[in-house]
Design a protein around this ligand. Sequence first.
Ligand code: AMP
Ligand code: MG
Length: 482
Amino acid sequence: MDINWNFDNSYARLPSSFKENIKPVIVKKPELLLLNEKLADDLDLDFSNIERKKLAELFAGNILPNGSDTIAQAYAGHQFGHFTMLGDGRAVLIGEHINKKQERYDIQFKGSGRTSFSRNGDGRAVLGPMLREYLISEAINALNIPTTRSLAVVKTGEQVVRENLLPGAILTRVASSHLRVGTFQYVAARQNKDELKILFDYVVNRHYPEIIGSKNRPIELLKIVLDKQINLVIDWMRIGFIHGVMNTDNMSISGETIDYGPCAFMDIYDPKTVFSSIDKMGRYAYCNQPMITKWNLARFAECLIPLIDSDQNKAINLATKEINSFDKKYEEKWLKMMGNKLGLSVIKDQDKSLILDLLTWMHQKKADYTNTFCYLMDEEVQKEKIYDDNNFITWKKRWKERLKKSDKSSINYLRLMKKFNPIVIPRNNKVEEALRAAEENNIDPFNKLLKILKNPYVNQKEIKEYQIPSNTNENYQTFCGT
Ligand code: AMP
Ligand code: MG
């Protein structure tokens, strides 16, 4: 098989306490359902000469590629605020593939069987949630937001026991790494400073070599991760994405969106929107995402304390200063982002009230978040009647006046808006419909939806039905899907 795998498994060479050497558990009757050819191209991998049956064996982990070194990674995490030792309980890292551009990517199978970190779990994943991760991660990528990617989905041919018997599946996930805040928490909890130093150096070399010469590298790392995570959560807020399980083990050091579980997109604008059935207190609600990002970053900072300075108080002061910079940075970037959504390339003092007044109106009138910005861009949207409202008309006049005063020529504002406001997002009803059909062996609706979501900023033909709000905010529930 000449696929062009080019493995160099640096994480596997780290101390044995960081991982378990383990192979994927063989599955009975693998069947290939999805293969992301465009992503394979970007990785310089060529699957074109391999028959489908072989591909299924490959993406199920029944045949392992030459050069792979399969491991389960150890990590810990605060899950809904409670600290737990975790690790890959149903995933195996196959190896790190390097493409021709010298970019390094983790190749991971999710749903590949039990490991020593499985606790009471069966190590398996169910078809619906793996298809969901494939769809939403590819949609997030197309929205120009950092994310792990999805290369393939196979059905295992085995049943998985949940409330019912469900079809098993394995997702091949591609990530710039699977290093998490939780990876640091795991090593820090073991209170072995040598290991912490090894992990730290590894992360700096792999992700942020630009800080190697800095005076205080741990503080520089904290700064970079803080900036990356602010940018990420701002992007989520921009498009109405609700991650759903922002546990520290689901926050990546690279700044990619990772671990798509009960995530979903908000329809009606309501800051308190929560979809996840297990998030009873709304810890991870839409409006709480920035604050939780900061909370998670504080947990990350705690891990770095022993490396920041030998004087613990000094180290804590330095780290606290960085964490405290979060609010101001977030506010500035949020205003800039909302300005972009409204075609304002420069934000002035009075713009904040313009932005907040629109959001307040949307909230009161239960307007659709995505479609309201589409309407402002003169895109045709459903339920236009809602925009006949007097308060909205007055607001719109104010906005138009403001645009006229803008530094840039008024023709440019639409171009700016079109870069930041998607015309189509994964609507909850459409996602459910596609997953249900796929579970009943009809993958066509899934592929059609996927195709549309690959171009979210472009008005495509025949997408009307994909733009209709599912209006499900109030009663739509998502599940962790383990
Ligand atoms: P997640 O909700 O996917 O972020 O997973 C949280 C933790 O539970 C991770 O350590 C997973 O590896 C583990 N886990 C989730 N589902 C399973 C399963 N079916 N079997 C074993 N471990 C699991
Ligand atoms: Mg996770």
